[in-house]
Design a protein around this ligand. Sequence first.
Ligand SMILES: Nc1ncnc2c1ncn2[C@@H]1O[C@H](COP(=O)(O)OP(=O)(O)O)[C@@H](O)[C@H]1O
Ligand SMILES: [Mg+2]
Length: 231
Amino acid sequence: MKQVYSGKTKDVYELENGHYLLKFKDDVTGEDGVFDPGANTVGLSIEGAGKAGLKVTQFFFEKFKEKNIPTHYVDANVDSREMTVVPATVFGEGLEVICRFRAVGSFLRRYGKYAEEGQQLDAFVEVTLKDDERGDPPISRDALDMLGILSQEEYEELKSLTKEISHTVKEELAKKGMELYDIKLEFGRDADHRIILIDEISGGNMRVYKDGEYIHPLELEKLLLDSSSVK
Ligand SMILES: Nc1ncnc2c1ncn2[C@@H]1O[C@H](COP(=O)(O)OP(=O)(O)O)[C@@H](O)[C@H]1O
Ligand SMILES: [Mg+2]
């Protein structure tokens, strides 16, 4: 098994059959020891975070499979914190696609002059470059096209996939009395050049609230998957 990448929250290995193996770590992003899904640095290590992240990821990728949404998912083993996926080529050096249902986080920091905290945003889609050095700058559709990262047609496809995926997540959370405020997705191209959802979909990639209170990623796993918490 060859290691191809060591990320902030996962290690990536190449398997003999060409699949990739994502090994979930207990490291989470944040700053100064405080968890923040929007942060670009590993802030702290929380025991059980890797397992919780993979459980939630497995849950959502199985839902996407039922809906025929194209993803990299093959299977997952929660006990060993491993997920097998189809390798993908990312756009440029990687993009993050954000879908917003309410104004919080970096949206509010940027547009606070015109938006109120918590304001409804109706599945607003934004793209940022994965560029830790430059603080993941937002990038427009025209700039993506001009810089040869993503064509106008691909942008449209990415946007509609993002809305479908984010609405699916939102609906599943709503079944447990939770509300999705925003979510971060990653996409790539598979060997047939199809755009597929990659990476993970866990509490660490989204902001979720319940009765107006922010839900911590580890708490989200319990509320979403504990049968005892079904409302
Ligand atoms: N199917 C895939 N093919 C190729 N790369 C992938 C795939 N799924 C996830 N990745 C990449 O693997 C890395 C996972 O590790 P992670 O700790 O999340 O990294 P990062 O610190 O870049 O966020 C990410 O860079 C992500 O883009
Ligand atoms: Mg990541």
